[in-house]
Design a protein around this ligand. Structure first.
Ligand code: AMP
Ligand code: MG
Length: 432
């Protein structure tokens, strides 16, 4: 048989009743699709099937007919509904044998957790189909299992997303380049991060200002609740050439994206804020009402942020705003808790309370109740204070309670970043 050529075609099979019932969102399939795409593999089909052996066998057999690579997620655990291993071993006529190394590592994990006895069902996890290559699972008991069938390469993976990801991140690239030599065009990508502009508007501006298109660079707009990422991708170029293409396009995109762009580790705006605070040798305290500590959580998610983040006050009631942040009762009375004046007073108050170099105040109506004609659900005021100047913004955010809170935290962080950078042009003098 001549060696197959052309791009590698893949089918993803996810297994689990919980996926079909909608109790669990199938994030594994989405994530695997992204990883495979980045490796130059073409995903042509996706199946989700129940925890029943005939369904799993049907999907895997069908996938093997359509693809060079079949990735199966789920059903490798110790419980009776985990039948993927048996279904695929049966389909491929590979007897299952207990693998002593896997058994030993499971036993060691149980011992570490203080359990002397390895329960019988957990021994099943150590069963490996004949001829399977084991892919190490650094964070769980079930290894991934790669089976060469003469046609497709079939890879079984645990369903727990953290385990699946750590197996793939550790070994998929090298497994595929070994198995499909010369068939994976290198794909390189670069991601630019924005926040505060809707995807459609951003795409329109890019289209208007870049009528000639993006040449050999593919551009994808990836929106989520915190902002829109632009992913630039090239295929089949060496890194130097790819870098040249990226830089040329970035030079053109720079002025278009500038008002909304930020640079943060893994696209995290909180990280960009921490870096900016450090660069100015200043520290931050936050006063939160509707976000209930979400801004503080975002900042404390970053290891080592304690050198610039002092702390915060969740001031939900008017009394708390008055007592802990020194917000004036008359201001609350006149303008209401959700207002520019109160947001500013909260930022100034928390700067005083913590003797901080910078401050944030956020107050809004996250819903579903509490809205009025004048201040509908989603109305949020936020203020950033730094170096004797305060910038205040009001916004009406769409979405449910969680979305409004997420958007509020993100917008507040963005305003602070711009103020720190000296780019919040409407900031006015403030004592703090
Ligand atoms: P399993 O390996 O099938 O026992 O799956 C273990 C757990 O991982 C399930 O209870 C789900 O919470 C989660 N899980 C399984 N498959 C997926 C998937 N495709 N996407 C996201 N989570 C999953
Ligand atoms: Mg399952």
């Amino acid at each position: 048989m001549p060696a197959p050529s052309g791009s590698v075609r893949a089918v993803i099979v996810t297994v689990g009743d919980e996926l079909l019932l909608g109790h669990t969102v199938d994030t594994n399939a989405a994530w695997l699709g992204g990883e495979l795409g980045a490796l130059g593999v073409r995903v042509v089909r996706r199946y989700t099937v129940s925890d029943e052996e005939p369904e799993i066998r049907w999907a895997v057999r069908d996938a093997m007919g359509a693809a060079d690579l079949v990735l199966v997620s789920g059903g490798l655990g110790p419980t009776p509904d985990d039948v993927t291993r048996d279904a695929v071993a049966g389909l491929l006529h590979r007897p299952l044998r207990t693998d002593p190394d896997v058994l030993e590592s499971i036993r060691a994990r149980f011992l570490e957790a203080g359990m002397q006895e390895l329960p019988e069902p957990n021994r099943r996890v150590a069963q490996v189909p004949e001829g399977a290559r084991k892919l190490p699972n650094p964070v769980g008991t079930a290894p991934g299992l790669a089976l060469e069938t003469g046609g497709a390469l079939v890879v079984l993976l645990p369903g727990v997303p953290r385990e699946l990801r750590s197996i793939i991140e550790g070994s998929l690239g090298s497994l595929l380049s070994r198995h499909f030599p010369g068939r994976l065009p290198p794909t390189l990508s670069r991601t630019l991060h924005t926040s505060g502009i809707p995807e459609s508007l951003l795409a329109q501006r890019v289209r208007e200002r870049l009528p000639e298109g993006t040449g050999d660079v593919r551009m994808a707009f990836l929106p989520d609740i915190r902002g829109v990422d632009l992913r630039l991708t090239v295929t089949g170029m060496d890194p130097v050439e790819a870098g040249r293409h990226f830089e040329e396009l970035e030079r053109k995109l720079g002025p278009i994206l500038d008002p909304w762009r930020f640079h943060g580790d893994r696209g995290d705006l909180a990280d960009a804020v921490v870096v900016a605070l450090r660069a100015r040798d200043t520290d931050l305290a936050v006063a939160e009402s509707c976000t209930g500590g979400l801004v503080a959580k975002r900042l404390t998610d970053i290891p080592g942020a304690s050198d610039v983040f002092l702390g915060g006050v969740v001031a939900y009631s008017n009394e708390a705003k008055i007592r802990h942040l020194g917000v004036d009762a008359g201001t609350l009375e006149r303008h209401g808790a959700v207002s520019a004046d109160v947001a500013q007073a909260m930022a100034e108050g928390v700067v005083r309370a913590f003797d901080a170099g910078a401050g944030l105040g956020v107050t809004g109506i996250a819903g579903p109740g509490g809205g009025t004609a004048e201040k509908p659900v989603g109305t949020v005021w936020y203020a950033a204070w730094y170096g004797g100047r305060c910038a205040v913004r009001g916004e009406r955010f769409p979405g449910d309670r969680e979305a409004v809170r997420e958007r509020s935290a993100q917008a507040a962080l963005m305003l602070l970043l711009r103020l720190l950078e000296g780019r919040a042009t409407d900031a006015s003098a403030s004592r703090g």
